[in-house]
Ligand binder design. Structure first.
Ligand SMILES: CC(C)(COP(=O)(O)OP(=O)(O)OC[C@H]1O[C@@H](n2cnc3c(N)ncnc32)[C@H](O)[C@@H]1OP(=O)(O)O)[C@@H](O)C(=O)NCCC(=O)NCCS
Length: 139
């Protein structure tokens, strides 16, 4: 699962953001989630994120957290997801910044592995009762 900052691919823990930018992004994220998930969905999301956030201790400090990515179901499997991801990964490599993410979807593992991510941990998320994998890519 990716935690969205904005629709599209983003970074939750930006290394270069000022506190003002972080506050503005947190507010925008909360408003976006309320709008797309509704109040109950947003609360569930916060419960899930609250469980997952502390469990990334194996991730190096300063790593970028790759947020949500999604391709319209009809357009999947045509390389669009790879194109979206590659831009961010190229930027991370240029800055020598490691990246991490989480996924609940077994099929996504090989997608991320092809882009240099490796599995570093697996946890059971209690709200959904589903396992998810933490993946890390060292630049
Ligand atoms: C994961 C996702 C972003 C990949 O984008 P994409 O444009 O389909 O991916 P690409 O065409 O570049 O690469 C295809 C690979 O994506 C992965 N993939 C995951 N779900 C897929 C699906 N429903 N259809 C096609 N590929 C899928 C597979 O690893 C696939 O490789 P494979 O054919 O060898 O199995 C996209 O499938 C998606 O939006 N899935 C649903 C939302 C989601 O799981 N987001 C990520 C949360 S961690």
């Amino acid at each position: 699962m990716f935690l969205p900052l904005t629709p599209g691919l983003g970074r939750l823990r930006g290394c270069c953001q000022t506190p003002e930018v972080q506050t503005a992004e947190s507010k925008a994220k909360a408003e976006y989630l309320e709008k797309v998930l509704g109040s109950k969905g947003h609360q569930t999301y916060d419960r899930i994120a609250g469980y997952m956030s502390p469990l990334v201790a194996q991730v190096p400090p300063g790593a970028w957290y790759l947020s949500i990515i999604g391709i319209s179901p009809r357009a999947r499997g045509q390389g669009l997801g790879a194109s979206l991801l590659e831009g961010t990964l190229a930027e991370a490599s240029a800055r020598s910044v490691p990246c991490f993410l989480e996924t609940f979807t077994p099929r996504n593992l090989r997608f991320y592995e092809r882009h240099g991510f490796a599995r570093v941990a697996e946890h059971l998320e209690p709200t959904t009762g589903k396992p998810y994998v933490v993946m890390l890519r060292n630049s």
